[in-house]
Write a protein that binds this ligand. Structure first.
Ligand SMILES: Cc1ncc(COP(=O)(O)O)c(C=O)c1O
Length: 400
């Protein structure tokens, strides 16, 4: 009998670790490496949010709180859903966790039984499949293509749903592609879900505020109110407020599910950090002025990166609507040989060779379930991005 559980055996180690470790080793060896793997804004947390945290410490708000969030934060979250999404939730329909990650994990743990299927469009955020597997469920991947800007079609969603489907995980804007669904594109998907009343929607809206060119964000429960009773709308402060280290995420949905998620959290981590919760109250209730300021910077970088990548031989990069990622496809590079003599078999060998030969660290597409491609995070300086993209151009120009 194995000492380790069956569920841990079902989970694979993070596929991104190989490239990250290699980048670290090269840097330590004195090589000039530009990392484009970061999943977090390079901006600092705004001062008003930091001040609220300092105030919380001074006021002694340093004790246990209710397991799934203080009433003040739940009230701020209800106000946010009303203000930004036109959604009415009561505080008892809200759960606050240690990052959006814990919220998603709790929801899957609270609902999946062996054999239950979770439909996940690919490419996907790396944690969805493994979280589903850890909870005993079965991820069902539905591939998208660059032709649709990596957006799932209604036909593909329809074909993926079976009697065993419990959840459809929807992520817009997406990590890793930056693709965001317009209201009409989303409506086509919610129409499919209306025909399958046993399927619930987990909408991961983590990048809601990071959209460009006047794109209008939409979320399933808002686009199709008939799905309200089977939708968990997940969000958090990590990305929009540059608060990844504070670890506050939240969700709203049917009380029955929120109660079950609280049960899990109360028996595992208990409340998220009390000080971070007070900081999140300020993030949601305070000024939102820096969001458009940061977005103007992200948009400028996105435009530069997409233009430079499309100028590289063998690379084709769709222009995404949001987040801080681009997902260039590299079909035309596969089978070629690099300047140093490495044959590009797949996107993993592409990323490794790019790192070894040009000192640019990107995450290969197989890690996100759609190849051959790679992900670039443009949450780094314009100078870094310009230099990295010109090295990618040189790398591609030398392929033969
Ligand atoms: C799509 C997506 N969902 C959820 C998360 C988790 O966010 P948090 O840092 O709040 O746990 C991330 C973080 O990278 C993400 O990219």
């Amino acid at each position: 009998m194995s000492f380790l559980s069956d569920s841990i055996a079902r989970v694979k180690p993070s596929a991104t670790i190989a490239v990250t470790t290699m980048a670290k080793e090269l840097k330590e060896a004195g090589r000039d490496v530009i990392g484009l793997g970061a999943g977090e804004p390079d901006f600092d947390t705004p001062q008003n949010i930091k001040d609220a945290a300092v105030q919380a410490i001074s006021d002694g708000k340093t004790k246990y709180t209710p397991a799934d969030g203080i009433p003040e934060l739940k009230a701020a979250i209800c106000a946010k859903f009303k203000r930004d999404n036109g959604l009415d939730y009561k505080p008892e329909q809200v759960s606050v966790g240690t990052g959006g990650k814990q919220i998603l994990y709790n929801a899957l743990q609270a609902t999946l039984n062996p054999g239950d299927e979770v439909v996940i469009p690919a490419p996907y955020w790396v944690s969805y499949p493994d979280m589903a597997l850890l909870a005993g469920g079965e991820p069902v991947f539905v591939e998208t293509t660059s032709a649709t800007g990596f957006k799932l079609t209604a036909e593909a969603l329809e074909a993926a749903i079976t009697d065993k489907t419990k959840w459809f995980i929807f992520n817009s804007p997406s990590n890793p592609t930056g693709a965001a669904y317009t209201r009409d594109e989303l409506k086509a998907l919610t129409d499919v879900l209306l025909r399958h009343p046993h399927v619930w929607v987990m909408s991961d809206d983590m990048y809601e505020h990071l959209t460009y060119d006047d794109f209008e964000f939409a979320t399933p429960a808002q686009v199709e109110p008939a799905l309200y009773d089977r939708t968990l709308t997940v969000n958090g402060v990590s990305k929009a407020y540059a608060m990844t280290g504070w670890r506050i995420g939240y969700a709203a949905g049917p009380k029955m599910l929120i109660d079950a998620m609280r049960k899990i959290q109360s028996q595992s981590t208990s409340n998220p950090c009390s000080i971070s919760q007070w900081a999140a109250v300020e993030a949601l209730n305070g000024t939102q002025d820096f969001i458009p300021e940061n977005n103007a910077i992200f948009k400028r970088r996105r435009d530069m990166v997409v233009e430079m990548l499309n100028a590289a031989e063998g690379i084709s990069c769709p222009l995404p609507e949001g987040a801080f990622y681009v997902y260039p496809v590299i079909d035309d590079c596969i089978g070629k040989t690099t300047e140093a003599g490495t044959k590009i078999e797949n996107d993993e060998t592409f990323a490794k060779a790019l790192l070894e030969e040009k000192g640019v660290a990107v995450v290969f597409g197989a890690a996100f379930g759609l190849s051959p491609a790679f992900r670039i995070s443009y949450a780094t300086s314009d100078e870094n991005l310009k230099e990295a993209c010109s090295r990618i151009q040189d790398f591609c120009a030398a392929l033969s």
